[in-house]
Design a protein around this ligand. Structure first.
Ligand code: XIL
Length: 386
């Protein structure tokens, strides 16, 4: 069913031809005149940088030709947005459902994209039977082990990276988040999950993933202490995912750089796993310029460190961003445009900002003029957070 990572030469040839045709189209619709000369995609330039540039995808997105076309043209990695989460995989105890995830994995294989698996253990998307369970420690460990063995084992050698545990640190600086897993098993459920994942696929890269911990702050300090302890004690962990759900103009890339560097000193990788860049109210040209500057500087910061190995946006087109979801509540904005492509799959200023830094880092011609870059970079002050 799955091919590993063998290149699909015939498909690649056809794709290359398509890309040449498409790139002419796309570039003619561009707001940045100086960008029109380029004919390369993010994906081609990411490849030249030996770098993974990904997007989160829903299975239903694969029913839309323009989504499929943009995804396969521009990205060399994908993250299942929901399909690998516990409630999707094991909705009833012992009954595993892989249909949707298989579809995404097959798609990735056909288009020679790497899958970033997300996620094995999370306090959200827990099926009812588990969220309300009162298992004793041994029983809960059994459930955790079986879930991880079954899911990671099925995609052994096919999904090479997993977010093993997601969002396990509390926001109020109190240590571990209080979750059903913590209540049933105890604090060591996290390292157990890593050990089970490693047993299921010793070659997979295993990540801890969280939000609001991109730069140096109390939460990222707690994460640092936890993963340092794991490294010291030989718990199998390979990296930390920085979700990067940012707000336009509030990103401190110097602080993010320090965090990436200190994790690197532990021998850990970092990936920007869920980047989007929101704002309240309506988007304006000024906001899209600032947003472009944000994307550029976060990507540039990642590229500055050899242990920062991927940059993933939480979606392809603004049309399907989770941030428009009315059920989200806390920062939902039905009009927000937080990604690289607009509702009509046209590239936004942030797209060219990304292309430009990838092109320069690959030693190729700039896509934007230095003036255009300067305008983006200086467009917003560096403030707190990350
Ligand atoms: C989100 C999805 O995008 C939504 O479709 C879903 O309804 C809720 O989850 N941090 C994470 C992701 O780690 O799994 C979340 O994804 C976004 C925040």
């Amino acid at each position: 069913m799955f091919k590993r990572y063998y290149p699909y030469y015939a498909a690649a040839f056809v794709a290359a031809l398509m890309m040449i045709v498409m790139s002419v189209d796309i570039r003619s619709a561009v707001a940045n005149p100086s960008a029109q000369a380029t004919t390369q995609t993010i994906r081609e330039l990411a490849d030249k940088n030996n770098f993974h540039f990904g997007a989160a995808v829903y299975t239903t997105h694969l029913d839309h030709p323009e989504h499929v076309e943009t995804l396969s043209r521009e990205f060399n990695m994908l993250t299942p947005e929901n399909e690998a989460k516990f409630c999707e995989i094991q909705p009833k105890r012992g009954q595993f459902y892989f249909g949707k995830l298989d579809r995404l994995v097959d798609f990735a294989t056909q288009h020679d994209m790497v899958v970033h698996g997300h996620t094995l253990v999370w306090h959200q998307c827990m099926p009812n039977w588990l969220a309300t369970a009162k298992f004793d420690r041994e029983e809960a460990i059994k459930v955790l082990r079986q879930h991880i063995y079954t899911l990671v084992g099925r995609y052994k050698g096919i999904i090479p990276i997993w977010d093993v545990v997601n969002e396990a640190i509390a926001d109020d600086n109190s240590g571990l988040r209080d979750t059903p897993w913590k209540q049933m098993i105890g604090d060591d459920y996290i390292e157990m999950a890593f050990r089970f994942a490693h047993e299921a696929d010793p070659d997979a890269l295993l990540f801890y993933n969280d939000y609001s911990a991109e730069g140096i702050n109390a939460k990222s300090d707690t994460i640092y202490d936890m993963v340092k302890d794991f490294v010291d004690r030989g718990v199998p962990i390979n990296g930390v995912g920085l979700q990067s759900h940012f707000t336009v103009g509030s990103i401190n890339t110097e602080s993010i750089a320090k965090n990436i560097a200190r994790l690197g000193e532990l021998g850990l990788q970092v990936q920007i796993t869920e980047m989007d860049d929101r704002y309240p109210g309506d988007g304006t040209d000024k906001i899209y310029q600032k947003q472009a500057g944000d994307y550029r500087r976060v990507l540039e910061t990642c590229l500055d460190y050899s242990n920062c190995t991927a940059f993933i946006t939480w979606g392809v087109s603004d049309k399907y961003t989770w941030l428009r979801d009315a059920n989200l509540g806390f920062f939902e904005n039905p009009k927000v445009n937080p990604l690289l492509f607009d509702d009509k799959y046209q590239p936004k200023p942030a797209y060219y900002a990304v292309l430009d830094i990838l092109s320069r880092r690959a030693g190729e011609a700039p896509v934007l003029t230095d003036e255009e870059v300067k305008a983006m970079r200086g467009a917003r002050p560096v403030t707190s957070g990350g």
